[in-house]
Write a protein that binds this ligand. Sequence first.
Ligand code: NDP
Length: 337
Amino acid sequence: MVKAKVYIYANAFDGFPKAGDLEIVEEELKPIKDGEFLAEAEFLSVDPYMRGYAPAFKIGTPIIGGQIALIQESKNPNFPVGKYIFGQFGWRTHTVSNGLPNPKDAMSQYVLPDFKGLSPSLGLGVLGMPGNTAYFGLLEICHPKQGETVVISGAAGAVGSHVGQIAKLKGCKVIGIAGSDDKGKMLIDDLKFDGFVNYKDKDFRKVLRQTTPNGIDCYFDNVGGEISSTVISQMNLFGRISVCGAISAYNEKNPKASVIQGPLTMKQLKMEGFIVTRWYDRWMEGINQNLDWVKEGKIKYRETVTVGFENMFQAFTDMLKGVNYGKAIVRVKSIVK
Ligand code: NDP
């Protein structure tokens, strides 16, 4: 009998998540039936949406999330033993699944394509949902053109660091916004961004203006709030804004920001929100393009790895605090074979 460890939502988050808000419970899994498989998690993802969606969580239910798991037993020919899969199984070590799509979640599970020798963990980041968020969210909404200035908030994280590199590939001038000068150094030295602004700088508005002398044509918004109101107030005529997330507000009880309808109207800006599964019918296009760019050395990635399933909550809150560079993940085993 396989026992799974599962995180459940024990207490409603009240502001920043606290130890005790989540609990680990054990669940006995039944032997697999025809059509089912058993998968063991090797890498689990911690993402901002797990905090953003929390108001919809019910107490006592498992925490949602994606993982890369290895198929251990199978009576389903589409999910053979030994294959790595992405599964939207939640924060749990073992899962029995029937492999059928979940009508409530487009990207419920799929066998990873051939990553050509790269770590399967990248299926949680640059070759998975965040990578596709960068690819589709930038190109399909902002339509960046050569020579334009693209500003990205949350720029040193999984999505933002990838967006900036795609914008560079499109010939744009790329400015990242993040919360530490060390992250800015990484963006400029390693990822070849053209500029960086620390949103914690008391002169943020002024420094942003100085760093974007030609104004801002495209804004990829990961954070919302006052940072975004400031960026939007400095945009050029007919600028485009891709609204990906609002992490600055996820832990705030009463988030506030300056009104943006003035610049939206006067500069005739286009602002559009999206959920990446809008492009689920093109999912493998995004993954294959990102894989090609990674293999060609055109997109670099970074992972911040926390080891141990029991440390997932720590990894989650570290990510919310900005400890991560690139994708924040948890590796279940301490030794990699
Ligand atoms: P990141 O890897 O960027 O990690 C989160 C980062 O947010 C932290 O590292 C931290 O960096 C920053 N942050 C935390 N608090 C604040 C704050 N108050 N103000 C500004 N920045 C803050 O996460 P992802 O790349 O996975 O996600 C980025 C955004 O994209 C999120 O808003 C997420 O919800 C959204 N998203 C949306 C999707 C969609 O389909 N629309 C899909 C995937 C992600 P720092 O040190 O710079 O503060």
